[in-house]
Design a protein around this ligand. Structure first.
Ligand code: ADP
Ligand code: MG
Length: 540
């Protein structure tokens, strides 16, 4: 018999916390993260200045950026940060909302736990609520939009950028985002696919945000290969190679026995002949621009320059593929296979100085399936925040095109869901009903925070909104008007968001809340001792 002898299962130093203590600790940590970003929600949200361990600063209002930069220690808090990342990958927008919702769901769970509702019951109730909410979003709250409804696409883009520090240039940037996504979107069967990876976003500081431009083509951050090459080629015929224009050095060391000086000359002549052959073949195809993923020998560059051919070497594979989509060129493996039909076209290829760098612009493509946006702005901080906003906008526009459904913003969607879920809750029955009600209440945090961040009385706002969504004359589109704190139809204010953003925020918030709630035992191994100063390899 064991007779009280403790069995050591865990290594010495392991920390363990079980039961309710573990749950409430985890909830507290997760809520702390949510509380930290709640004040940034919405266009009136405040920015955060983040200072990393190197002293570099980031100023942003973007939930996922904040959470990525902050070093979160607690495991439950880390789970919340993951939610923001998932939301960002899936939708590009709604990261703060997802995190704030998750925090609120956990807050509401706490009071249920105090009433002795078991965590698994809460989790089940939340799952049912999410399912019903998704159904309501699709069938009752969302509004279908046609892919050519440019006005709604623009509204979605401006709403997505509304809270970012680019306010003054919002409309211009929204236009760029919509045009870019429209250019790369394509019909596949009866579906529309808009792959934002086909939009190459680059940034260079200098100039102002309004210098940001959409280019019907691709910008390569590479200069031309030789100073004698033309800086500009009009009516470009572009060859894309994914092999080098060099002579392969043999893998095994080889020895060439040369018996007399003429043999050396022969050898060099032979090499030269190959180089000339390369250039001749390219010229014969009709190309006046060559872009290679690999290297190009200096001698070849020299001959190309002599022929007036513009060449760029060592271009990223992803850029080469984008070039192919933009110009209609086929990527060719060996220069010998190059035929006129492999060439792509662009109105112009030229080298431009942007900021301190020379870049190659391939512009004026007639039907580009891939485009570029070059972001400009006074400082690096500005261009970075523009990039973040634009990324949100691009993804938002693409989800509207792909899904074709838009929901009202400004908390209207959340309030409407809350009102409808409360009515639906009794049909769930059991204690799960309490969880559904808690879920409904948690949703109200969105309009609540929007109003609070706008400097209004959030309780009044909520009362007004609930009234607007219920009973006679109810309007599902009523949300917070941040100009006066009053309940207003969000479609009239052009504050609309993709269904996908709302759907994903709900499901990921509920998922992480469930995950945190299910944990009743935290076993943490002893931290390995931090390296003692001086013992580390890399200082001095
Ligand atoms: P997230 O990271 O969740 O996208 P944001 O800070 O971008 O967070 O805020 C998004 C919220 O702000 C959404 O609920 C959206 O509907 C709301 N919103 C955006 N623009 C407005 C506006 N002009 N008036 C009211 N609400 C707005
Ligand atoms: Mg947003």
């Amino acid at each position: 018999m064991l007779q009280g002898t403790p069995i050591l299962v865990l290594k010495e130093g392991t920390e363990r916390e079980r039961g309710k203590g573990a749950t409430s600790n985890n909830i507290a940590a997760a809520r702390a993260v949510a509380d930290a970003v709640r004040s940034t929600l919405g266009p009136r949200g405040m920015d955060k200045m983040l200072v990393d361990s190197m002293g570099d600063i980031t100023i942003t209002n973007d939930g996922v950026t904040i959470l990525k930069e902050v070093d979160v220690e607690h495991p439950a808090a880390k789970m919340i940060v993951e939610v923001a990342k998932t939301q960002d990958q899936q939708c590009g927008d709604g990261t703060t909302t997802a995190v704030v919702l998750a925090g609120e769901l956990l807050k509401r769970s706490e009071s249920l736990l105090e009433q002795n509702v078991h965590p698994t019951v809460i989790v089940r109730g939340f799952q049912q609520a999410v399912q019903e909410a998704q159904r309501l979003l699709e069938t009752e709250i969302g509004t279908p939009v046609k892919p050519d409804d440019e006005a709604v696409l623009l509204d979605c883009a401006t709403t997505a950028m509304g809270s970012k520090g680019v306010f003054g240039s919002r409309d211009e940037l929204a236009k760029i985002a919509v045009q870019a996504v429209q250019k790369i979107s394509e019909k596949r069967g009866d579906r529309i696919v808009a792959d934002v990876d086909q939009i190459k976003v680059g940034k260079r500081h200098g100039g102002t945000i309004s210098d940001t431009e959409l280019i019907a083509g691709i910008i390569l951050d590479k200069e031309r290969g030789h100073p004698r090459m033309p800086t500009e080629v009009a009516g470009a015929k572009i060859a894309l190679l994914n092999s080098s224009l060099e002579i392969k050095k043999t893998e095994i060391e080889s020895k060439i026995n040369i018996k007399n000086p003429s043999q050396i000359q022969n050898f060099l002549d032979e090499e030269d002949k190959t180089f000339r052959k390369m250039v001749e073949t390219i010229k014969a195809s009709g190309a006046n621009v060559v872009v290679s993923q690999k290297g190009i020998d200096d001698v070849v560059l020299h001959y190309l320059a002599k022929e007036g051919i513009y060449a760029v070497k060592q271009v990223k594979e992803s850029d080469l593929q984008k070039l192919a989509r933009a110009t209609g060129a086929k990527i060719v493996t060996g220069y010998k296979d190059l035929t006129p039909s492999d060439l792509g076209t662009a109105a112009k290829v030229d080298e431009r100085k942007v900021g301190d760098d020379d870049m190659t612009f391939v512009t004026g493509c007639s039907n580009p399936r891939s485009v570029s946006i070059l972001i400009r702005g006074g400082t690096e901080h500005v261009t970075q925040e523009v990039e973040r906003s634009l990324n949100d906008a691009l993804k938002v526009v693409s989800s509207v095109l792909e899904d074709g459904v838009v929901c009202p913003g400004g908390g209207a969607t959340e309030i409407d869901l809350a009102v409808k879920l409360r009515k639906w809750a009794p049909s769930v029955g059991g204690r799960e009903q309490l969880a559904v009600e808690a879920f409904a209440q948690a949703l109200e945090v969105v309009p609540w925070a929007l109003s609070e961040n706008g400097g209004y009385d959030s309780i009044n706002t909520l009362i007004e909104l609930r009234r607007g969504h219920d009973g006679a004359g109810a309007n599902k589109n009523v949300g917070v008007n941040l100009a006066d704190g009053k309940a207003t139809d969000m479609w009239k204010l052009h504050v609309v968001e993709p269904l996908r953003v709302k759907r994903q925020a709900l499901s990921s918030a509920a998922e992480v809340a469930a995950m945190v709630l299910r944990i009743d035992d935290v076993i943490a191994s002893k931290k390995s001792a931090p390296p003692t100063p001086g013992a580390g390899g890399h200082d001095h």
